[in-house]
Structure formats: C-alpha cells, structure tokens
Ligand binder design. Structure first.
Ligand code: CA
Length: 223
C-alpha cells in the first residue's frame, strides 16, 4: 500500500531545466571552463559543488577552491533567476498527477537538490495545498546530493514511511539512481533531451514521456 509519493522538483513539477542548463553553461563558459549543455542534463541532481568540481577536473585537472565554488554557484543562481523571471513555468500535467495523489489520501513529499530560498513561496503560489513545509528535503537537509540515496532516505524519514510504501517521480538519471539506491520504486518521466535508454540504465522501474502521460496511469501504482 503506497503512503507517499516523493516528487523531484526541476523537470518534474517545473519546466525549469532549460533555464538551469543555460545558466550553468553560460556561467562556466565565461569562467573559461569547457562544458556542453548535455553535461548539465547528465549532472542534474548533483550539488553545485559536485558539478563545478567535475568540470574543473576535466578542464584543469583539479578541484575548484571553496571561493571559486561559492562565486560560480552564486553567478549561476543569479543568471537562473534572470532567465526564469517572473517565475518558473509549472510542468504540464504535474497538477493532474498531484490531484490524483492527493485524492487517494497519499502524502506528497518534495525531494530536491535545489537550495533556492524562495522554494516554499514558489510551491505555495503554483501548487497551493499540495505540500507541507515539514515534508520537504532540500539542499540544506543533506550532505550528499543525488545519486547518493541520502536525499530520498531523508524523504522517507520525514514522512515516517518505509521504502516499499513510497514511489519516486524523477526526470534525471542521477535522480533515478538515488531513488533506486534508497530502495524505492522509481518512475522516470523523460521531460528533457536525453534518450530514454539513459533513464532505463539508471534503473528506472517505469518510464513515461511526460507528466501528462503519467497522470493517466499514476493511480495504477497506488496499491
Ligand atoms: Ca529533476
């Protein structure tokens, strides 16, 4: 019996990945660090520090300093905010999925690597009455980003539920890995440009091409 659905945020509840990718790619290019837009879809879910260090190692053969990481992450966050002005677009179909989960009496838990301070306000505005601020895992709650299982384990802990009582909804390969590593049935929704194969290889238990498509089938997973 399913008691909670754990929702990733960017690329699942919000159509915000194109802006994240553009903000990352521009910021790193201006800093003389080479990357491709596809890198950021593959890194999605990692902490900012982990993303920056992978690219620094590729370009310069060493980690970035804590000061470099802080400055680059701040710049990326600022650029993302500019690109998303006046606010992120809700993902088509996400509301329908949330309505079905709520109507079945199942908890909704957010598990995101994002550290935006405006997160709760944003969810309140776009998805009022679906989320409880005590049932959210953000960058501030965990030491490890995805693909580590810690974010989803923390979600289970906050909801006081077992892995077999939960479902994960994820769009990113590393997010799928994280959900599976926490022992949870993980539904992938391929809302980005990566091939489906990448999500299957990450361990997805099921895969849909959009949140609209998932909304038609989500109720079948509740028991
Ligand atoms: Ca995501």
């Amino acid at each position: 019996m399913i008691k909670a659905v754990l929702f990733d945020m960017d690329g699942v509840l919000y159509d915000s990945m194109p802006s994240h990718v553009r903000a990352w790619h521009e910021t790193m290019s201006q800093a003389g660090v080479s990357s491709s837009p596809e890198d950021f879809y593959l890194f999605e879910g990692r902490t900012g520090q982990s993303t920056i260090n992978i690219l620094f190692n590729r370009s310069f053969g060493k980690d970035a300093t804590p000061e470099e990481i802080e400055a680059l992450y701040a710049k990326k966050a600022q650029r993302f905010t500019e690109l998303e002005h006046p606010g992120s677009k809700p993902m088509p179909g996400a509301r329908e999925v949330l309505e079905k989960v709520k109507a079945a009496g199942i908890q909704r838990i957010i598990v995101t690597g994002s550290g935006q301070h405006s997160l709760i306000d944003k969810l309140d505005k776009n998805y009022p009455d679906f989320f409880d601020k005590d049932l959210m895992v953000t960058a501030y709650d965990v030491r490890h980003g995805k693909p580590h299982p810690e974010p989803y384990r923390m979600g289970l802990l906050k909801g006081n539920i077992l892995p077999e009582e939960a479902l994960v909804i994820e769009n990113a390969p590393l997010g799928v890995e994280s959900g599976r590593a926490a022992g949870i049935y993980t539904i992938a929704v391929n809302t980005g440009p990566l091939p489906d194969r990448v999500l299957w290889e990450a361990g997805a238990n099921a895969l849909y091409p959009s949140m609209l498509a998932l909304a038609k089938h989500i109720a079948a997973y509740f028991h």
